[in-house]
Ligand binder design. Structure first.
Ligand SMILES: *Cc1c(COP(=O)(O)O)cnc(C)c1O
Length: 378
């Protein structure tokens, strides 16, 4: 491959397609239209081209965080349902109607805002309601959803209630809490169903993010909202849940060796001299830094792959450059390929591993690389 960039992202479309199929197969009712592909934050850093591919393969529901993200999807030709998963501010309302987004409502204020907007534009809009069962973020508290309010929002000439959702706070590591949230959700649903049985049966009920989807198959309900799993990555540091389902990472970050030098023992490396060479050291400089999304927290911890072998980061990561130790990798030359994320030879740097190095979650690792705009579909 002839690539002119010093740093680029490869999007492995075959993996993306395969992940989409595997996720369908893992559903309690295998069906592509039961999947909401969560593609907020520029598709977790993968870019919107990958969303278009998902649509071509049959995905017809997408989740975003803002009306602006929804508009960007409409502009590239996304036709299916676009859920605004986290509510909205008043200024986003024109964008919601213009782009036919499906917001998840979290409060009576949001309802009132939509309601007054339709008085003027007389435009139909689908919406879901979000229940806060223990996330402590967006959503109605269960007790706020009384029968009269439910009656009001389920009989409107323009605004059509289509679904009810909740969001798990700890489905990746706290099954007891997740179970409790699920029960609160079920109780709330049951209460509402008594008031409006027929309407209620047609509502789409959903609660699973990737961790819920992977670890609680009996919580899949009508729809699942998968983000990180779609991109082949586990929501935790252990990559085996994703791998055992046959999911594989979509994002690969690559660069080239820009400079090489041999330093004697006792030399300071990088700003602040946080690393001092312990012996004669062959050092390579790579053109990626925190401005390109490499978290500074990875300094002196992360590793990259050169010729399929691991090279450890030396010193702190600079704005646009980093240094690695290639003493034990023979014949490294200027211009050699460097893999920052993804496979090279028999080895692979995974987002889950990087997240462990940086003491964060894999989601942040993927999103941090959204700054790399040189994307190549492979
Ligand atoms: C981001 C998000 C998801 C997807 O989470 P993953 O862990 O990436 O699968 C699902 N639901 C809601 C409400 C979200 O905000």
């Amino acid at each position: 491959m002839n690539i002119d960039y010093p740093l680029w992202m490869e999007i492995d479309l075959q993996s993306l397609h395969n992940n989409f199929i595997r996720i369908q197969q893992h559903l309690t009712v295998p069906d592509a239209s039961r999947i909401i592909g969560v593609v907020k934050a520029d598709a977790y850093g993968h870019g919107l081209e990958s969303v278009l591919q998902l649509q071509k393969w049959g995905m017809n529901r997408f989740g975003v965080a803002t009306a602006q993200e929804g508009e960007a999807l409409r502009q590239i030709g996304i036709k299916g349902t676009i859920y605004l998963l986290g509510g909205f501010i008043d200024q986003e309302i024109p964008g919601i109607f213009k782009n036919h987004l499906t917001p998840a409502l979290s409060s009576r204020e949001e309802w009132d805002c939509l309601n007054s907007a339709v008085q003027t534009n007389q435009q139909e809009l689908d919406f879901h309601i979000k229940i806060d069962t223990g996330m402590g973020r967006m959503g109605f508290l269960p007790e706020e959803l009384d029968e009269s309010f439910f009656d009001q929002i389920s009989h409107h000439p323009y605004l059509r209630l289509k679904g009810v959702m909740t969001h798990f706070a700890s489905s990746e590591n706290n099954p007891a809490y997740t179970q409790k949230q699920f029960e609160i959700f079920q109780n709330c649903l049951e209460r509402l169903s008594h008031s409006k049985q027929i309407l209620f049966d047609n509502l789409e009920k959903h609660c699973c993010n990737s961790a819920g989807f992977l670890f609680f198959p009996y919580f899949h309900l009508d729809l699942v909202r998968v983000g990180i799993a779609l991109f082949g990555v586990s929501p935790i540091h252990d990559f085996s849940p994703a791998r055992s389902l046959g999911l594989s990472p979509v994002m690969r970050i690559r660069s080239r060796v820009k400079h090489l030098k041999t330093l004697p023992s006792g030399c300071y490396i990088g700003y602040g001299g946080t690393y001092i060479t312990q012996g004669q050291t062959r050092l390579a400089v790579i053109p990626i830094g925190y401005a390109q999304g490499l978290l500074r927290r990875l300094s002196n911890r992360m590793e990259v792959l050169i010729k399929g072998q691991r090279a450890k980061c030396l010193g702190v990561i600079s704005m646009d450059q980093m240094m690695v130790d290639v003493t034990n990798i023979p014949n490294v030359k200027r211009g050699d390929l460097v893999t920052i994320l993804g496979p090279d030879g028999a080895d692979e740097i995974r987002a889950e591993e990087m997240a462990a190095w940086a003491e964060t979650i894999p989601h942040e690792i993927l999103c941090s690389f959204s700054r790399i705009k040189n994307r190549i579909l492979v």
